[in-house]
Each structure stands twice: as C-alpha cells, then as structure tokens.
Design a protein around this ligand. Structure first.
Ligand code: ADP
Ligand code: F6P
Length: 473
C-alpha cells in the first residue's frame, strides 16, 4: 500500500546525493546488499521546501542521479523520497538530448543553436509520463503537486488527465522565450498544452509570464484577462516569482570564523593581490565565461589591469559533460585561460586561476568573502543564484558585483555594475568601475542589495508561490 501525500514536489532530480565510500556521513537506507547512503544535497530549493515537506508529510519525486533501476522509496530528514528510474538511453535522449541540447539553448535565446531530434522528443514524452504516473500514484485526494522546471513541461497536463482532483503548480527556473523563438520548437503545441495543465505557472520574470500568455493566444487562440488564461473550461494563472537563496545560511557561513580564516588564506595563496576578481559558474555556454575572460585579457593587454596587482579566479563546475555544446565550450574556455596565462602570467603567478571542480558550501562562501569583485556575466540566465550568494556573503565587507542585464537577478540587484555581456567594451568598463569603486560607495551599494535579499529569500519565494496556488479555487 503506497503512502499518499497531500503535498508532492516533482523535479528532474531528487534533492539528495548518494554518499560513496570515500565521502563521510550520510544516512543508510535499505539493508544488506541494497543498503545505500544518502545525504541531503545543498541548495536553496530543498532548503525552502524542506519545512513545507516535513509539515505536510510531503513526497519529492525525482531521479537519484545514477542510471538504471531506481532505489526503493525512502525517507531522509523527514521527507519521503520517491526515485524515478532513468536508463542510460533516457539520459542520452530525454536529459542530454531534448532537455539540454534542444530546450535549454532555445529557451536561452538560442545562444547556441538548438538541436532537434525526433527520438529525443519521444523520449521526453515517455519520461515525462513516468514522472506524471509516479506523482499520480503518491498524491493524496485533492493534494497539491508542484512540478519544477523545463525537463518536465509535459507533466502538468499528463497529471491532470490522470488525476483531475489535484491542484497543480509549475515553476520554470529558466527563461521563457519570446514567441518567435518558441515557435521553432517542433513539439511546441504539446509543450504549451503540457504547461497549461497546471493551475498556476510561475516564471522568474514578468516578461516571461507575458511571453507565455501571448504565446497561448498566438498558438491556441486562448483568451485571457490580465494574467489569467481561459483554457478548456479552466483558468490558468501565469505569474512571476523571482527565486532567491537561503540568505541566512550564506550569512552564517560568511560569519563563521573558519570561513573567514579560509578567505584570508585564499587571498594569501593568491599572492595577496590588491584585487581578486571571481567567477563561479557551471561550465555552461549561457554563462558568458569566455566573454568575461576576453574582457579581462583586453584590460591586461591595455595595461588598465595588471598582474600580480589583480588576479582572476574562475571556478567552472563540471556540467552536462557528454553534451557536445558543453565539450566545445570547455575547449574554448581552457584555450582562453591558457592564452591569458601564457601572455600575462609569470612563474608561480598565473593571471587566471581556473578550477574545473565542485566545492563545498563553506569553500564557496570563503571564495565569495575573498573576492573584491564578482563577475556574473551570463548571456541569458533565468535568475543566477551565484549573484545573490555573493551579495549575501559580503556582510560588512563591501565588494562589487558586475552583473549582466540578461540575468533575472538584474531585475532586483540594481546597485550592481550592470552591463551588456555581448558588448565587450561595456563589460570592460563595468569591471573597471567595480575595481576602482571607492569603499564607501561599494558598501552603500552592497547594503541596499543585502536589504532587498533579506526581505526576499527563498522561503518567501516558496510561500508566495504556494499561497497563490492555494488561493486558486
Ligand atoms: P544554474 O542553476 O544555472 O547552475 P545558478 O547561479 O542559479 O546557476 O545556481 C548555481 C548554484 O550552484 C549556486 O547555488 C552555486 O553556489 C552552486 N555552485 C556553482 N558552482 C559550484 C561549485 N563549483 N561547487 C559547488 N557549488 C557550486
Ligand atoms: O537552473 C537550471 C538547472 O537545470 C537546475 O534545475 C539545476 O539544479 C541546474 O541547472 C544543474 O543542472 P543539471 O541538473 O542538469 O546538472
């Protein structure tokens, strides 16, 4: 007999990491040969939803992170976890293919050309149905189901068909493209109808919600009033809910004496330069890493910056490494890093420290504390949590954020040094303004942004969404 939940989250991944023999800690589930150890993964989404899930005896449905048969459902830290299996072929076609080589680039303004394959679309359909069936199975009568992100856009409609009694919310973490771009998607009507299966569709920005409402009118002729779409005798609301971070967690980390000590140590290891410039991104072509490196190189070449007075640290988290666009990006970024270090580094004094690695939350916080300037220059980004994390970590330190106008975060962090990442001169100017800003002005800007974040953390994001969903009759 399946234990049914009144609150269900459906996401591509479960909010847990499997603990391997060389990682300490974790809780054991199962017994004997089937015993596996899991640990709650770090991240704002799970932190925000954890209290709601615990309080409502909730279930999170998602993939465990390993291909093959799914582990048995288990409980961790008061949350029920219901793994969905993904085979190697599902990963290749649904995750790497349709999700990350078709939809991801298309929704990010086609910054790389999307690849369209019929077999990927079919796999996306099959896997979305698997998630919808799992949700239909665990959701209690009249439950609230919250579906997350672009990998699962067909789930709302599939789930509504299976379980018309449910209240269904959907949140898109990435941008939603304008009509002209969306219309390129071969599966366009199916994806749109999939999303319209929800009662509430949430986006990072108002413009994205408007794109969605206009698209529904354009493609399906659905009438709307304000932000409510009339669809098949139901009302579907589209609204903006800019996501945020666990501000308290980042501030506590930044305030921790060990983290502060580590920040001092990092600066010392970098040769105690006058200016530490930091970038922290998944190694993704939407993040503008190459543009940022090129801007830095041109500033060094022009003598507007110099080594060792300034040094850049670029953390590039390995991501989606089997997808071709990502492999090509890695080659380009590493070539650029090599070129900069070749031209401007000295023995023991590189101009760019490039780290293709994942870090713990405390090491990330130490890097944020160590950096005078943070560069967040995506060509397009739904929100960009790194920008918010840097601001939250600065406490009384001042520091300057260079931020792309094309990151959702730019709608809120107006005191950053905003720039158009496609315009290299604009990136260079923003970086120089950030490097040379006086301390008083830097603190003023940072404290305005911190005040905003303290009032808009990820718990508020979740509660705003769920309150609006709950208010829908
Ligand atoms: P995206 O969701 O596209 O990766 P965001 O900036 O919104 O971009 O979120 C990235 C998240 O991943 C942030 O919470 C950030 O702290 C974390 N992160 C980025 N790089 C690393 C890394 N090298 N190690 C660990 N966590 C990282
Ligand atoms: O921001 C989009 C997103 O897909 C998140 O949902 C996810 O946490 C992150 O990027 C990393 O992506 P992936 O799950 O493909 O490693």
């Amino acid at each position: 007999m399946v234990d049914r939940s009144p609150f269900v989250v459906v996401a591509n991944r479960l909010p847990v990491d499997e603990v391997t023999t060389d990682t300490p800690g974790g809780r054991v589930t199962g017994s004997g040969d089937s015993a596996r150890r899991w640990r709650r993964s770090p991240g704002g989404l799970v932190t925000a939803l954890h209290p709601v899930l615990v309080e409502r005896h909730g279930t999170w449905i998602g993939w465990s992170g390993s291909p093959g048969p799914a582990p048995e459902p288990f409980e961790l830290d008061g949350i029920n976890l219901r793994p969905v299996p993904l085979s190697e072929e599902d990963l290749e076609r649904y995750y790497e293919g349709q999700s990350n080589a078709t939809i991801w680039p298309l929704y990010h303004d086609n910054v790389e050309p999307p690849v369209f394959r019929r077999r990927w679309r079919e796999a996306y359909r099959v896997v979305n149905r698997r998630y919808a069936e799992a949700a239909a199975e665990v959701a209690a009568e009249g439950a609230t189901v919250w579906v997350q992100d672009y990998q699962l856009q067909l789930v709302p409609a599939m789930l509504r068909e299976l379980r018309p009694d449910l209240k269904i919310g959907f949140f898109l973490h990435i941008p939603f493209p304008p009509i002209e771009l969306f219309m390129q998607l071969p599966q366009r009507a199916e994806v749109l109808r999939g999303l319209l299966g929800a009662d509430l569709v949430g986006f990072q920005q108002r413009l994205a919600a408007q794109n969605f409402i206009r698209l529904a009118r354009h493609l399906l002729g659905t009438p709307y009033h304000g932000n409510v779409i009339e669809y098949e005798g139901r009302q579907v609301k589209a609204d903006a809910f800019p996501i945020s971070i666990d501000v308290g967690e980042m501030q506590r980390l930044a305030d921790n004496p060990l983290v502060r000590e580590r920040a001092v140590q990092i600066r010392a290891e970098l040769g105690d330069p006058k200016t530490v410039i930091l970038g922290v991104d998944r190694l993704d072509y939407t993040k503008g890493i190459e543009h940022r490196l090129k801007a830095y190189r041109e500033l060094l070449a022009a003598g507007r910056l110099s080594v060792p007075e300034s040094v850049m640290v670029q953390v590039a988290t390995p991501s989606r490494e089997r997808v071709e666009h990502y492999q090509a990006l890695r080659i380009k970024v590493e070539r650029e890093v090599g070129r900069i270090n070749g031209d401007f580094g000295r023995v023991g004094v590189p101009a760019v420290h490039y780290l293709h690695q994942s870090y713990s939350r405390s090491e990330l916080a130490a890097l944020y504390c160590a950096a005078d300037v943070m560069m967040v220059t995506p060509l397009r980004d739904g929100m960009n949590l790194v920008a918010k994390e840097y601001v939250a970590a600065r406490l009384e330190h001042g520091g300057a954020l260079v931020l792309s106008e094309f990151a959702g975060a730019a709608g809120e962090l107006r005191q950053a040094f905003l720039c158009n990442p496609h315009d290299l001169d604009a990136v260079k100017d923003a970086l120089m303004r950030a490097v040379t800003v006086d301390e008083h002005e830097a603190r003023r800007r940072m404290s305005v942004m911190q005040r905003h974040l303290r009032r808009h953390d990820v718990a508020r994001w979740a509660s705003d969404f769920l309150t609006e969903l709950g208010a829908i009759p």
